[in-house]
Design a protein around this ligand. Structure first.
Ligand code: SAM
Length: 411
């Protein structure tokens, strides 16, 4: 299955090598890791990120929420979600059938026993629909009325990991980009492009500790990822088996680098699982499409559509009858929408490569005929772009549902 945009595997590395800051420039050189101090291994090899706020922003939120509430929000923001949210393609299957299949694929036992170690990561608040759903088991149907086509899969964490420090020898290490780490925390493996640095002498099959290289503030005021920055205390996300030697890691451009067999946060991967039947999507995005309330036969315009999460959610709610006009300004991303629509067997989606900012005209103006650029050799006519029943404008991945509006009048 595909992942919604926020959870794709890392693409941060622009070359197959780690990047190093050298005299103000980046150069592409495989990096050996610096020697660490080993004074307090139990704290160093831990997952306990600290969120630092701009003092002015912090003061504002403390004033708005109160110190206690804000400190809880701040702590929660350092942890990944402890559940995955899946939208079921209700035109192909049912939530019950998906739950049954997932139970067979993922199993019910994988994360049992970890619950007692769970501290605060992604906990559902008491009485929330999530908590209600979880009472029934690990893979459950959403209890929010009207959203029974949503399935939750519960994970666990943070879990304590033994990095083998007791033996006196520090573990071999792999440092990954932040985006890669975010994907790993949501169940992905470490893929080659996400690796920024690696200990010397790592051989295929070695056990390696995996930590995150966060962006650091540089002298010029900008931000850069510096894998040489030695203070990664509290940023270890798990342990795994190196699938390549260090030399091999920096020779290839794709493939799994580390098979993560021991994770701080455990969530199953949905890569290639029930393709076309399910789509991994954050609940707020699903709710946004749901709130639009698209009906069979309507025409909906999705102005920033790729990769097509909300487009396909809307098409699904319309039972694939009517038209969803899906626009994105990037050619390749338009292809992603088309691929997703095909994978989900949705035929009511028409795609255009188009800058949405230039697609709107006043009542007596016509659309600049030079503007529409074509992904599928069809240029939208003014009528195609101007009469719709609903609008989705999701430029900034507003998973919270902003940007959706039901039009009462034609645009
Ligand atoms: C956050 S993503 C949208 C996610 C999508 N709604 C979903 O649910 O899968 C934002 C998209 O907006 C597109 N975009 C940004 N500005 C645009 C514009 N002026 N016209 C068309 N597309 C635009 C980007 O190319 C990007 O693919």
């Amino acid at each position: 299955m595909r992942r919604a945009s926020g959870f794709v595997l890392s693409t941060i590395r622009t070359t197959s090598f780690a990047r190093r800051r050298s005299n103000g420039n980046f150069c592409s050189t495989p990096l050996p890791l610096p020697q660490m101090d080993h004074q307090s291994d139990s704290e160093r090899y831990d997952f306990n990120p600290i969120l630092r706020w701009n003092p002015e922003v912090e003061r504002y939120f403390i004033h708005a929420y109160g110190a206690d509430h804000f400190s809880r929000i701040s702590a929660a923001l350092t942890y990944p979600s402890r559940y995955s949210c899946i939208r079921v393609n209700s035109l192909k299957t049912t939530s019950d059938a998906v739950i049954e299949k997932l139970q067979g694929i993922i199993g019910e036992t994988e994360i049992e026993g970890d619950q007692d170690k769970v501290e605060c990561g992604g906990k559902a608040s008491a009485g929330s629909p999530l908590e209600e759903s979880w009472k029934d088991g690990r893979i459950t149907k959403c209890k929010i009325p009207g959203l029974d086509y949503v399935v939750f899969v519960k994970g666990s964490g943070p879990c304590a990991i033994d990095y083998g420090c007791a033996s006196g020898a520090p573990p071999k290490e792999v440092i990954v980009s932040r985006k890669c780490a975010e994907a790993v925390l949501r169940g992905a493996q470490v893929y080659v492009p996400g690796v920024l640095a690696c200990s010397a002498h790592v051989e295929k099959g070695d056990t390696v500790a995996v930590s995150v290289a966060l962006e650091q503030r540089m002298a010029d005021g900008g931000w850069a990822t510096d894998p040489h920055y030695s203070e990664r205390r509290g940023l270890y996300i798990g342990q795994g088996k190196a699938m390549l030697s260090r030399a091999g890691l920096f020779r290839v451009t794709e493939g799994i680098a580390v098979d993560m067999n021991n994770r701080v946060f455990k969530l199953p991967s949905f890569h290639d699982v029930l393709e076309g039947e399910i789509f991994l999507q954050n609940l707020p995005s699903i709710v946004a499409a749901h709130a639009l309330d698209p009906k069979k036969g309507e025409r909906i315009l999705d102005m920033c559509a790729a990769p097509g999460g909300k487009t396909t959610a809307i098409a699904n709610l319309m039972e694939d009858e009517g038209e969803v006009v899906a626009v994105d300004r990037s050619h390749n991303k338009v292809l992603d929408i088309q691929n997703l629509a095909a994978e989900m067997s949705l035929t009511c989606i028409t795609t255009y490569k188009l800058d949405a900012l230039k697609s709107v005209s006043r009542a007596n103006e016509s659309i600049d005929s030079g503007v529409p650029q074509i992904s599928n050799s069809v240029t939208p006519t003014e009528k195609q772009m101007s009469v719709h029943d609903g609008l989705c404008g999701d430029k900034n991945c507003v998973g919270n549902g902003n940007g959706m509006g039901k039009l009462t009048t034609a645009m």
